[in-house]
Design a protein around this ligand. Structure first.
Ligand code: SAH
Ligand code: TMP
Ligand code: ZN
Length: 404
């Protein structure tokens, strides 16, 4: 198979097997028609891009009722408010700046830009969540960002000074169309800034649940720079972010227009030193994934056998990888509690664990809660303080299985 980014040869290093769509929470009558694909991940020998080896059609994932809402976490709301101020202060100096966000979701970032009176546009194909952005006063276009959308935006609004995306570019297999769109839409001195889960952190922390249908790519500074260069761009800055278990924010500019910061060469040197795409390292990662999964299942099985009740918290997309790969069904975890109304009353993809509201958590009082939203651990453990005060315990599985 060949690399979706550069057409080079791809070597598969982990096959999770048959998996459902990670964000397809089902009504009982939808179970019979559930969609499955083969979840497997490989690395390009030529550009080092880590990617899925099977692509799910985009309209199956990003549809009218796509349920993920970015604003559910107060930590993420704070992160994106800070991001908006930073982008406006550093990148919006011209007379009438224009900011475009790819994958604006419910407007968590652009809300602050809109409130500041700066021209902006959010592009996102998932209608229900985009309507939440519009309700916040955000200008939106319900569509997939690609070459043609970029041309249409430029025609209607003129060029963009900043094109920003969070947790979205790694969702888009067709990077050629994205970069050509950015080339069309961006001003000569403009920047394309995007942040996504970092391969270096996934390997180091065994956060294998970052691998699922929507996360088509797992970026590193090396693979992003190689991709940018093929389209006449340069990676000019990198910043580590503590969100979602470890991300990197990449800043891309037209080649020759901005001097790369020393941080870029430093991060790439570190990636080379760690050999994060070396076959031996990836094999070690694969072994650690299997071990964590076995540890998790045997811990929950022991707890259940000794009469403890176990439920889960956070019906995350990530959890589809954990439940389906490890084989965690209702025999081990009775329910998943989640704050998203669009997920409640449905069952989880593949393993069909019922999703219930947070209000139901206090009445059902499980002994243990498996934290699928481990990336928001601090926020959630504080929010649900009464659970621990009453003797409840949290189970985490990143970087390894442990109870707190
Ligand atoms: N930026 C938000 C949302 C991330 S979820 C955050 O960081 O929390 C990913 C979002 O990307 C979804 O809302 C999805 O609808 C959108 N998306 C997927 N493919 C896209 C594409 N080609 N163009 C624009 N948005 C896309
Ligand atoms: P994420 O890890 O992909 O951001 O998803 C987090 C999920 O957890 C999402 O479905 C919302 C849910 N959630 C809660 O139920 N309670 C909370 O306090 C937080 C922060 C998230
Ligand atoms: Zn490649």
């Amino acid at each position: 198979m060949s690399c979706r980014a550069c057409s080079g040869p791809v070597e598969e290093f982990f096959d999770f097997g048959r998996h459902p769509l990670s964000d397809a929470f089902l009504l009982p009558e939808e179970i019979a028609d559930e969609f499955f694909y083969r979840l497997a991940v490989g690395v390009c020998k030529s550009c080092t891009m880590v990617q899925l080896t099977e692509e799910v059609p985009r309209d199956r994932m990003f549809r009218e009722d796509y349920p993920y809402q970015s604003s559910m976490s107060s930590g993420m709301r704070d992160h994106f408010t800070r991001t908006a101020h930073q982008l406006m202060e550093e990148r919006c100096h011209g007379a009438d700046p224009f900011v475009v966000e790819i994958g604006c979701n419910d407007g968590v970032m652009l809300k602050t830009v809109a409130e500041s009176g700066i021209r902006h546009l959010g592009v996102d194909p998932s209608r229900d969540v985009v309507e939440l952005a519009a309700d916040k006063g955000v200008q939106v276009l319900v569509d997939f960002f690609q070459r043609s959308t970029a041309a249409q935006i430029k025609e209607e609004h003129g060029p963009a000074d900043v094109i920003y995306a969070a947790n979205t570019i790694c969702h888009i297999p067709y990077l050629d169309s994205v970069f050509e769109g950015v080339d069309t839409l961006l001003t000569p001195d403009g920047v394309f800034v995007f942040e996504d889960p970092y391969l270096g952190d996934v390997v180091e922390r065994t956060s294998f649940d970052q691998i699922y249908d929507e996360h088509f790519y797992l970026f590193s500074a090396s693979s992003v720079r190689a991709t940018a260069r093929r389209f006449g761009f340069e990676l000019v800055d990198v910043e580590r972010l503590p969100v979602h278990g470890g991300e990197v924010r990449y800043t891309i500019a037209r080649a020759g227009h901005h001097e790369p910061t020393p941080g870029v060469a430093h991060m790439i040197a570190e990636e080379n030193r760690r050999q994060i795409v070396d076959a031996a390292i990836l094999e070690q990662f694969a072994m650690q994934v299997k071990r964590n999964c076995e540890d998790l299942v045997s811990l929950i099985r022991r707890l259940r056998e000794s009469g403890h009740s176990v439920a889960a918290y956070g019906a995350t997309a990530k959890s589809a990888t954990v439940t389906n790969y490890c084989g965690i069904g209702t025999d081990l975890v009775s329910h998943i509690f989640d704050s998203t109304s669009a997920k409640q009353g449905r069952v989880s993809p593949g393993m069909h664990i019922p999703i219930r509201s947070l209000e139901d958590l206090s009445s059902s009082r499980p002994d243990y809660l498996l934290l699928f939203a481990w990336n928001h651990a601090e926020e959630i453990i504080a929010r649900e303080a009464h659970f621990r005060e009453k003797g409840g315990k949290w189970i985490l599985y990143v970087p390894e299985v442990h109870v707190v």
